[in-house]
Write a protein that binds this ligand. Structure first.
Ligand code: GRF
Length: 202
């Protein structure tokens, strides 16, 4: 049976679009069961609606506290049968309470080669530091910020005249390949997590 994933977003949703495009092309054997956003005006919600995918908005400001916020998001994912949670541009840190509901079943895409440049403005951090390569990382989410076991990384050059925006655009092209690829590996049952290491069966 086709495995179901839930995608959690905050904004533009170009990574969600990359997932949907690969599903349409027949190269990613999963179904997006629900898209959850913490912003009611996220462009990602329009992308989901065009594909007739159920959407749920859970705004932090409408919740009494973080526990209620995360409980609502987790509830939406579970009630739609999501077996894997994909954070695709979700701009909030999840706590242990949420993570323990989906052990090794939450993936995140980060626009840097972890463990370098965690947190916000990773591409700007890379330009400012003067590194010669950067890229993106897909990892399982643990309780730290961008610290979980690494599934897949893709590398791009950093050019002398790069700005945060130009590097972000180059990295984004790789994100759009990396995230669907990691989800495909998961869907094919090829990922095993042992401590910090993720093994990918050939
Ligand atoms: C991506 O660069 C992702 O790595 C970061 O936020 C951005 C989201 O872009 N976490 P989009 O919403 O998928 O277009």
């Amino acid at each position: 049976m086709t495995k179901k994933i839930g995608v959690v977003v905050s904004g533009r949703g170009s990574n969600l679009q990359a997932i949907l495009d690969q599903i349409d092309a027949g190269t990613l054997p999963v179904e997006v069961a629900v898209v959850v956003s913490d912003h009611g005006d996220a462009l990602a919600l329009e992308r989901a609606a065009k594909h007739h995918i159920p959407t749920v908005v859970v705004e932090r400001g409408a919740c009494a506290d973080k526990v209620e916020f995360e409980t609502k998001i987790a509830g939406a994912l579970e009630s739609h049968g999501a077996e894997l949670v994909v954070l695709a541009g979700f701009m909030r840190i999840l706590t242990g309470g949420f993570i323990s509901r989906f052990p090794h079943r939450i993936m995140n895409i980060h626009p840097a080669l972890l463990p370098s440049f965690t947190g916000l403005h990773a591409q700007g951090q890379a330009v400012a530091y003067g590194v010669k390569v950067s890229g993106c990382t897909v990892h399982f989410v643990d309780e730290g910020t961008d610290t979980g076991p690494i599934i897949l990384q893709k590398v791009v050059p950093v050019l002398d005249d790069d700005t945060e925006d130009s590097l972000a655009a180059r990295i984004l092209e790789e994100e759009h390949k990396a995230l669907p690829e990691a989800i495909r590996w998961w869907a094919e049952g090829r990922l095993t997590v042992t401590g910090r290491k993720v093994f990918v069966r050939p």
